[in-house]
Design a binder for this molecule. Structure first.
Ligand SMILES: CC(C)(COP(=O)(O)OP(=O)(O)OC[C@H]1O[C@@H](n2cnc3c(N)ncnc32)[C@H](O)[C@@H]1OP(=O)(O)O)[C@@H](O)C(=O)NCCC(=O)NCCS
Length: 207
């Protein structure tokens, strides 16, 4: 925008009466960023759990993390989480922790091992009204790029149901076999991703 157009717009915005569209009060509400990516905090736990509940409980009566577990990880290792906010509203998130064994075990569901070299992704979920718009993919690329930038973190691990294996393969994950963790009648494939090669993969495929 030229200097002239900025100069001409300013006075009209300043002289609008309050309470009508375009007035300063109304504009302030619009200063929330259209898209913001940031690590989550314990204060975000309720919003996270609301998406989880809508996503998982209606389908399987199980959530990957209950509310206390969400708070637990967002307190212990917020740097291993990432949220996508659209105009201040949480629409997608990933919650992770560190793990220090080759394969996931039942204990890994609740633990954060600070010396671990693997980012364990406990849950990735997109609010249902925002699915199939590429948001889950963009968030996962960003997350892997961020955690891959932490020198101690060498790889990412997660467990998923079989229909989602091809989705995670797009990001450099490969199946490591059946996961030792079983939740009720649900079984999972364990997926591993080297974060060393991830930067190069991202350069070629990032949307
Ligand atoms: C899986 C999920 C995170 C994907 O996010 P999204 O924003 O909807 O996905 P994107 O638009 O980025 O990508 C679409 C791809 O997701 C995959 N996908 C989404 N939902 C799927 C499902 N129910 N089954 C299989 N693949 C699915 C497909 O590979 C699809 O690719 P396609 O369009 O070529 O078929 C999202 O659908 C979600 O939150 N689902 C419920 C929670 C969940 O299952 N989380 C993962 C396990 S913790």
């Amino acid at each position: 925008m030229s200097t002239l157009s900025v100069h001409c717009l300013k006075p009209s915005a300043l002289h609008l009466p309050s309470g009508i569209p375009g007035s300063p009060g109304r504009q302030r509400r619009h200063t929330l960023p259209a898209n913001e990516f940031r690590c989550l905090t314990p204060e975000d736990a309720a919003g996270v759990f609301q998406i989880e509940r809508e996503t998982f409980i209606s389908v399987s009566s199980n959530c990957p993390l209950n509310l206390d577990e969400v708070r637990h990880f967002l307190t212990l290792c917020p740097e291993l989480s990432l949220g996508w906010f659209v105009e201040g509203r949480l629409v997608a998130f990933i919650i992770g922790s560190l793990w220090d064994e080759e394969r996931l075990t039942q204990a890994s569901l609740m633990l954060h091992r600070p010396g671990g070299r693997a980012a364990h992704l406990h849950v990735l979920a997109v609010h249902r009204t925002f699915r199939w718009q590429g948001k889950g993919s963009v968030l996962l690329w960003r997350y892997l790029h961020r955690v891959g930038g932490q020198p101690a973190v060498r790889r990412a691990v997660l467990m998923c149901e079989d229909p989602l294996v091809p989705f995670y393969q797009r990001f450099g994950f490969h199946p490591a076999g059946p996961c030792a963790i079983v939740v009720g009648s649900l079984t999972f494939t364990e997926m591993h991703c080297s974060l060393r090669g991830h930067a190069a993969l991202r350069r070629n495929s990032d949307p």
